[in-house]
Design a protein around this ligand. Structure first.
Ligand code: ZN
Length: 253
């Protein structure tokens, strides 16, 4: 049931001629991608969590972390804006793929391109942002996505990131209930690799520490915008996305 994290790269890179419109971000989950609904239970030694119906080899990553999963069927059903597909988010973070189109993220000597949500950040940017579950982006998506995403319209920054290290997972942190002996989760947390509580997390996304951040100039993004196709050609799907809400800024399940 758990799909491998080894999908072939779709022909939707930033410069591919058949590149798809931005109506649904690559990491967005679709309703046809059924989420695994197995109960979470204590493991045999009571030192962490496991699936009630047993584990497959793909259920844990190289750090021994248990992962939630969905089927892989992008385009099936309706897009679930606000929900991240765990396998695709991992793939983008590991391979530095654009979270919106799935093509290669833009990289130069100044670093990898990132589109960061800055709404509500009062400290001077970019020093305030060091931890993120957001994968990078390509140039085109960096300039075309913000007008389509309500969260990014409230505040965003296009930045270059010199150093990017995946350091842990974001997911549901479980604890044992003393009265029932079962496990419950009432919050989601960022947990670093090496943290003992990692055994109690059902991971949904990778998170990275980013540093060496510099803002991309407006002159440069304006130039990219001029090179991109007009958004008006992308049709009704984009208009529907503007009405329906968050597209790029998403949550874990
Ligand atoms: Zn892109």
């Amino acid at each position: 049931m758990t799909a491998p994290d080894t999908m072939t790269t779709p022909p939707t890179g930033p410069h591919a001629p058949d590149r798809k419109p931005l109506s649904v971000p690559y990491i967005t989950a679709w309703s046809g991608e059924t989420r695994r609904k197995t109960a979470i239970v204590p493991n045999r030694t009571r030192t962490g969590i496991t699936f009630a119906d047993g584990e497959n080899v793909q259920d844990r990553d190289g750090h021994g972390v248990l992962w939630t999963s969905r089927g892989l069927a992008p385009g099936k059903g309706v897009p679930m804006f606000g929900y991240v597909h765990p396998q695709r988010q991992r793939r983008c973070m590991r391979r530095r793929l654009c979270q919106v189109c799935g093509g290669p993220a833009d990289q130069t000597a100044d670093g990898t391109l990132w589109l960061l949500d800055t709404a509500g950040i009062e400290e001077p940017f970019p020093q305030a942002v060091e931890r993120t579950v957001q994968p990078p982006v390509c140039r085109r998506c960096a300039v075309e996505t913000p007008p389509l995403c309500p969260a990014l319209r409230r505040g965003h920054a296009v930045v270059r990131v010199r150093r990017h290290a995946i350091v842990g997972v974001y997911g549901h942190l479980y604890r044992r209930c003393r009265s029932t002996g079962q496990v419950v989760s009432d919050r989601q947390e960022y947990v670093d690799y090496g943290d003992p509580t990692l055994r109690w997390v059902l991971a949904g996304q990778l998170f990275a520490h980013i540093s060496g951040i510099s803002l991309v100039s407006e002159d440069e993004t304006t130039h990219w915008r001029e090179q991109a196709e007009p958004i008006a050609t992308k049709g009704a799907a984009s208009a529907r996305q503007r009405r329906e809400g968050p597209a790029l800024i998403q949550v874990n399940e």
